[in-house]
Structure formats: structure tokens, C-alpha cells
Design a protein around this ligand. Structure first.
Ligand SMILES: NC(=O)c1ccc[n+]([C@@H]2O[C@H](COP(=O)([O-])OP(=O)(O)OC[C@H]3O[C@@H](n4cnc5c(N)ncnc54)[C@H](O)[C@@H]3O)[C@@H](O)[C@H]2O)c1
Length: 373
């Protein structure tokens, strides 16, 4: 399959504070409390700042569709269904994941600080966004955390060797705090690229790398459309030709732990998942206090020394210097804070349309963003 021709794409470059102000106007349209507005906007814009546009403000049109079909509940809070001290199960009631995630991690952080560890299961949360945000929240409290996540929406990723999608982009994330440095945050979709990245490419009219997408017959393609508009193909698991069985295996475990274990459901052939615009996430999280495990300062010292050792490897020809997980995001964050955030005109247009459907004054959104007209 041939790739779409790259087209000239208009891009708005918007300063961080103006983008936040504009998105607050949009999110108020859901009828959210001021706290919920802040939680949603801060989380989405932070994803853009860190370079993950796939999980930033471009999600708002999807959230609006989920809200308008009645499956995203505004102003919902994390409800504790099971509490045995270090074992917590939380139901999100289809509320904004930005609120459910924050509240559930807050509870788990308190338990892990008290008992040394906590196992947290979150079910029925609407989209939890960039999972690294939850690892950062735990790391800010000095905790190591591991997160397995499933995605309840239309299946989008094919199992290794399969020609049809069977599950979502099931992200996996690990956060490691460091006393005198930002946390290490490994945070990725188990598909070779996140689905939102194909949406961004489709909106920009550009092709994607070979090896990411298959068409409905299972053939390789560089056209992002196969995961954006019907008829659907699928994304491939990460790992490339020789290693896709590993991405697939990790995704399967995310489904079983984030789905079956944490929320009692997995992504099977259920019409309610195919028809709805909502995106539910289940998340199984492990939080551990390295101090409580007895190795606190040794752990900190070892983490620091190992990171130094790893980064001392000379760069391969054609490669940038070695980095560790979380560093690329911090570099992009600094750059985007300084230069403003680029939002392509298609994404911006979709946000304006969503705002209009929510009854928001679109001119006010543009004004806050500093866009003419
Ligand atoms: N909520 C959901 O349903 C859902 C589903 C899928 C993905 N996501 C989110 O989408 C986001 C993007 O995922 P992705 O798969 O596109 O991420 P990605 O492919 O950009 O990988 C990101 C990870 O790799 C690390 N990394 C990148 N370059 C590196 C380098 N040169 N050296 C060392 N480490 C490096 C980053 O620090 C980060 O931990 C994530 O935040 C994820 O949580 C969410």
C-alpha cells in the first residue's frame, strides 16, 4: 500500500499558558468542576509538553464524543471497592481518568508509605492518558511503581503473526525515583507506535514508518488511515521483525493484569466496545517504597551509579549520546516551554468542533489561545 502524499500543514504555535487557558474554556464545556477542569487540562497539556501529542489536547474531541454519547461521566471520583490495607481496588465509574488516576494513586501512595508497598487495581476509568503521569506522581513521593494497562475500546493491535486486531495499545510503565534528579520513567505503548501517533500523522497527511501498520488483509502499509478511518487494519506489536513476539507478550500480560485482574474485563468481541467512542482503561499498579524495603540509600546510590555507567557508553555512529528513560521527554518539555507548543490545524479544527458541540464559545477559545479570527 502506498503512503499518502505529505501535504503542507498549517501549524499554530501557542505559548504554554495560553494553550492551558484556551483548553480550560473547552473543558468547562463538559460541566466539570474547576478542579476537574484543571486536572484534565494540566494532564493533557503536560503530555503535549513532553512530546506525546498522541495523548495531549488532541484527545479532547474523542472525550467530547464519549461525553455526548453518555459514556464519560463528569465530576466522578475514585470509589474504593476493596481495601485490605496494601490491596486496593478502585472503580472509576467511567469518570475522567485524569481525576480517577490522581485520586487512586494518592490513596496507593499513602498505603505504600505506611506499609512499604501497595497493589492497586483501577477498573472502569475513562482514558488515563499518559501513564507516565502516574509513575511521576508515585516517584514524587519517593516510590518505585510499575503499571500494566489495558484499553477498552475498538481493538487496534494485531497479535504477533495475526492479521486482525485483538486488543489495544496496552501501555506499560515503570517509574524509579531519584533523590537529586528527575525520576526515570519508562512509559510506552506495547504497539510499535501509539495509536494517537497514527491519528496525528493522518491529520498531518504524512506517511508513517514501515513496520507499524497492516491493512485489512494483513499486508504492511505506511498509510496511517488503516487505524484511523474504516475499513480498519491494525497496528503491529513493538519489537520489529525479530522481536514482535516480545511486544505482543507484554501486551497480553497488560490485558490480563490491567484488564482481567484489575477491572474484571478484557477486550473481546463485545459490541459495546466496538460501537462506543469512550476509551476505558484498566490499570494494575505496584507501588514500593525503597526505603521500607531496607535498601533505601544503597538503592539511591546504585541507581545513580548505574545510570552514570550506562550513559558512559560512547554513542554508536549515527546515534545521539545514550539517554535514559524520561530524559527525551524532559528535553522536549524545556524546548516546548521556551518555544510554545505546535498544534496542527486539523487537530485544532477538531478541538474547535468539539468545543462547539459542547456549547462552548469557540471565539473565546481562539482568543485565549491568541489566534486571530
Ligand atoms: N491511556 C492509554 O490508553 C494509552 C495507550 C497507549 C499509550 N499511552 C501513552 O502514550 C504515550 C506514548 O507512548 P509511545 O509508545 O508512543 O512512547 P515512545 O515510543 O515515545 O516511548 C517513550 C518511552 O521511551 C523512552 N525513550 C524514548 N527515546 C529514548 C532514548 N533515545 N533513550 C532512552 N529512552 C528513550 C522515553 O523516555 C519513554 O519512557 C505514553 O505516555 C503512554 O502511556 C496511553
Amino acid at each position: 500500500m502506498t503512503a499518502p502524499a505529505a501535504s503542507a500543514v498549517t501549524v499554530h504555535r501557542i505559548p504554554h499558558d495560553r494553550l492551558c487557558a484556551a483548553m480550560r474554556v473547552v473543558v468547562r464545556g463538559f460541566g466539570s468542576t474547576p478542579d476537574e477542569v484543571d486536572a484534565v487540562v494540566d494532564n493533557l497539556v503536560e503530555a503535549n509538553l513532553r512530546g506525546h501529542d498522541s495523548h495531549g489536547i488532541g484527545m479532547l474531541p474523542r472525550y467530547a464524543e464519549a461525553f455526548l454519547e453518555g459514556s464519560l461521566q463528569v465530576n466522578a471520583h475514585a470509589r474504593v471497592d476493596l481495601d485490605s490495607g496494601t490491596l486496593l481496588r478502585v472503580d472509576g465509574g467511567c469518570g475522567f481518568g485524569q481525576v480517577i488516576g490522581r485520586e487512586a494513586i494518592d490513596l496507593a501512595v499513602e498505603r505504600a508509605r505506611r506499609h512499604g508497598s501497595c497493589l492497586l487495581a483501577i477498573g472502569h476509568s475513562h482514558h488515563l492518558g499518559r501513564i507516565g503521569a502516574w509513575a511521576e506522581q508515585a516517584a514524587a513521593a519517593g516510590l518505585v511503581s510499575v503499571h500494566f494497562v489495558n484499553v477498552m475500546a475498538r481493538p487496534i493491535v494485531a497479535p504477533h503473526g495475526g492479521a486482525q486486531a485483538r486488543y489495544g495499545t496496552n501501555p506499560f510503565c515503570v517509574g524509579v525515583p531519584r533523590p537529586d534528579a528527575p525520576p526515570l520513567v519508562l512509559d510506552f505503548a506495547t504497539s510499535v507506535i501509539a495509536q494517537g501517533k497514527t491519528r496525528v500523522a493522518h491529520n498531518q497527511g504524512v506517511a508513517i514508518e514501515p513496520g507499524c501498520v497492516i491493512d485489512p488483509q494483513g499486508h504492511d502499509s505506511t498509510d496511517p488511515r488503516w487505524t484511523v478511518v474504516p475499513p480498519f487494519g491494525a497496528l503491529l506489536p513493538f519489537g520489529g521483525e525479530l522481536g514482535a513476539h516480545k511486544g505482543y507478550g507484554l501486551a497480553l500480560m497488560c490485558e490480563l493484569l490491567g484488564g482481567a485482574l484489575a477491572s474484571g474485563m478484557t477486550l473481546r468481541d463485545q459490541p459495546e466496545n466496538l460501537d462506543k467512542r469512550r476509551v476505558l482503561n484498566g490499570m494494575f499498579s505496584v507501588l514500593v517504597d525503597p526505603q521500607a524495603l531496607g535498601g533505601g540509600s544503597a538503592f539511591d546510590a546504585e541507581v545513580g551509579a548505574f545510570v552514570d555507567w550506562v550513559k558512559s557508553a560512547p554513542a554508536r555512529p549515527g546515534f545521539e549520546p545514550v539517554q535514559v528513560a524520561g530524559e527525551p521527554e524532559l528535553a522536549r518539555r524545556a524546548q516546548r516551554l521556551a518555544e510554545g507548543l505546535a498544534v496542527d490545524a486539523t487537530t485544532w479544527g477538531e478541538i474547535e468542533q468539539a468545543a462547539a458541540r459542547l456549547g462552548v464559545d469557540v471565539a473565546a477559545v481562539r482568543r485565549e489561545a491568541g489566534l486571530a479570527g
